[in-house]
Ligand binder design. Sequence first.
Ligand code: AGP
Length: 369
Amino acid sequence: EAIEKGGYEHFMLKEINEQPRSIADCMRGRLDAQNGRLIVGGLRDYINKFQNADRIIITACGTSWHAGLVAEYLFEEFARIPVEVEYASEFRYRNPVINEGDFVIAISQSGETADTLAAIELAKSKGATIFGVCNVVGSSIARATHAGSYTHAGPEIGVASTKAFTAQISVLTMMALMLGYQRGTLSETKYIQLLSELEAIPAKVEKALKLNEQIEKISEQYKDARNFLYLGRGYNFPVALEGALKLKEISYIHAEGYPAAEMKHGPIALIDEEMPVVFIATKDSSYEKVVSNIQEVKARKGKIIAVVTEGDTSVKAMADHVIEIPHAHEALVPLISVVPLQLLSYHIAVMRGCNVDQPRNLAKSVTVE
Ligand code: AGP
């Protein structure tokens, strides 16, 4: 087992650190930015259905559902097709409206999640086209779908999903760019620019991983917290949800993720000097709005840990801690901004003596409903 961990203390830490490579592996053979080429092979036979879909329905559970939320922003922004993101467990029992013109994307690391599999069977029976985004080759979901693309992240052993999440987002980003370009809703110039930005992501994730020591020090200060709040807007809203899920599942600290603007509709009541609030406040179209949300927390003496873009000064002046990540196009930021949150939950859990690779009550794949 020590050999399998490749010198890391836990599989989770190894998998977090593998992300520059797993994202690159996921893009290999699909993305060639220099020549302006992007081909998601699995889509080949279904590209017409995808391009002409009335609606995209994304179904998944847990972290994979969070990747689906990021995809909602991507598909709507670049391809202008309406998207619905559904918890598979709700979707399958809701008697949902599904039509033949719907393109259903099921996301699953393991490819064995019972609810996701049942949601697929339901959508299939209504005549929709089903596309799988799975990590495990030959898994039940990969076999049950009409077509699909593997994430090629390699085996993920830690129960808390890390590299599978960024690989899922990488595939979904490539699908959104390909779709937008083919539909003409994404201009050639922007498409080419995004392709090269995407190609630069692994190196930026590598840089974000260098924040490890700083994050370990921050973790020391907050390891005994009883609650955490994670806030973000736009593309960073699903990242806030994912950060909170990671902390809950491995450290057993209660954590909530929220869209930052929703804070004033309830969670703001929780804020006092005991409450650490993690903001994902990168320089993007909602930056100014997030800054005012940070001010609101500051005014109530909450402790602010902010993930910001390198060189940021405004948030630095307000936050208790800033974690600076490399700049990227806002649609690609989740691939980088989630990394410090993975490390934060990892260190806090280790400091609390938790079994990070096999947290209590959790299984790597939930094959029962
Ligand atoms: C993630 O850290 C969790 N362990 C869990 O939410 C997981 O993402 C969920 O069970 C879905 O699994 P899947 O991707 O294998 O379908």
